[in-house]
Write a protein that binds this ligand. Structure first.
Ligand SMILES: *Cc1c(COP(=O)(O)O)cnc(C)c1O
Length: 373
């Protein structure tokens, strides 16, 4: 049987009754849009994070976009982020009319190099958008200092970091607002699309509510500033409520897979050779993806594919090199670490219900390939 980096069917096998009950709960509730399930999920997700507000939206891309807009980002502004992220981070910036500006990342853990941020700030910079990549947090203290010095807003992209801790603080609670995705592959995944923005700022919250509802005040039906239709679906919200109660177990399951990979592969690592994920100081990783590195990545992927182990790359092309962002004017070589990593990284299968025998097959096959290179 082929092994893929992600598969939700083993989980559905054990959660089927609960998921079906969630669907039935909504269908029989009499309220199919913005009903009890969205409101309930928003309250529970905010409580989990110890923040005042949560707004459920239709996906993670719109969570980033509406989050930025609610923080005042718009045409003419610049937003600082990284290029080794899921393209939607940058598509969302573009969607506000603002210009994305990229800083390079750290060689060790692939996270935003916060030492480079202040030099990239201009008179047009409006916000910083750190991406908690692969399941661990960007170093937030230096970012907050730069933001305070220059009067910038900070939005955390938490699409890959549900439940991740940074010096004891939950991802999403260390800035003005934070965007989450509940795309099915994510650490907290729906059975379809979903997203949310959390904040403790009442004004930001008010803007978010209008932005997801046409730009309308829900009570008076008057558009103040034209917005979007970006509502979280009621069925997905009910499924997410059920799954939220199991978030700790999902994270623990991912960490157990990570430990097994580490135990099975660490003796093969070496400088300039094979590398396992490095958890930065103060972080508790949730392993949205398990990203390893080797200079002969493409050979390894081909050899594993021959054994029906189908790995992937998160992400093969840095966003600044994509044709759709050519107008930003980044030349090849402008983000050297980001570009080098893109040619060497690859992801091992990672999800909490990944069967043990599959984990072992991956470890054995990878050991064979690595020792034969
Ligand atoms: C998945 C993801 C998004 C987009 O989420 P969608 O729900 O797919 O729109 C944004 N940013 C990052 C870092 C992501 O991983």
């Amino acid at each position: 049987m082929a092994i893929r980096v992600w598969d939700y069917l083993p989980e559905y096998g054990t959660e089927r009754d609960d998921i079906r009950d969630a669907v039935e709960t909504v269908f029989s509730s009499g309220q199919l849009v913005l009903g009890r399930s969205v409101a309930g999920f928003e309250q529970e997700f905010a409580e989990l994070h110890g923040v005042a507000h949560c707004t459920g939206v239709d996906n993670g891309t719109n969570a980033v976009k509406l989050g930025l807009q609610a923080l005042g980002v718009g045409p003419g502004d610049e937003v600082l982020t990284v290029s080794n992220t899921a393209a939607p981070t940058v598509v969302a910036i573009d969607g506000t009319g603002a210009t994305p500006v990229f800083v390079d990342v750290r060689e060790e853990d692939f996270l935003m190099d916060t030492r480079l941020v202040e030099a990239a700030v201009t008179a047009r910079t409006r916000a910083l958008l750190p991406v908690h990549l692969y399941g661990q947090c960007v170093d937030m203290a230096p970012l907050r200092e730069v933001a305070a010095r220059h009067g910038l807003k900070v939005l955390e992209d938490c699409a890959q970091a549900h439940g991740a801790l940074h010096h004891g603080e939950l991802a999403g609670t260390m800035s003005d607002a934070a965007a989450f995705s509940f795309y099915p592959t994510k650490v907290l995944g729906a059975y379809g699309d979903g997203g949310a923005v959390i904040t403790s700022d009442d004004d930001v919250q008010q803007s978010l509510r209008r932005l997801r509802y046409y730009g309308m005040d829900e009570v008076y039906y008057v558009v103040t500033t034209p917005g979007h239709n970006a509502r979280l679906d009621e069925v997905q919200a009910e499924i997410l409520r059920r799954k939220l109660t199991r978030l700790d177990a999902y994270v623990e399951g991912r960490r157990a897979v990570a430990r097994r990979y580490e135990d099975g592969l660490k003796d093969l690592t070496g400088p300039g050779g094979f590398q396992l994920p490095v958890t930065a100081e103060g972080n508790e990783h949730v392993y949205y993806v398990y990203v390893v590195r080797h200079p002969q990545r493409d050979v390894i992927l081909r050899r594993l594919e021959e054994q029906d182990i189908l790995l992937n790359i998160s992400y093969p092309w840095p966003v600044h090199t994509m044709t759709g962002f050519a107008h930003l004017g980044y030349a090849a070589g402008s983000l050297p670490v980001t570009e080098r990593l893109a040619g060497e990284i690859f992801s091992l299968p990672m999800y909490p219900s990944l069967p043990r025998d599959m984990q072992d097959r991956v470890i054995e096959a990878l050991r064979d390939v690595l020792t034969s290179l």
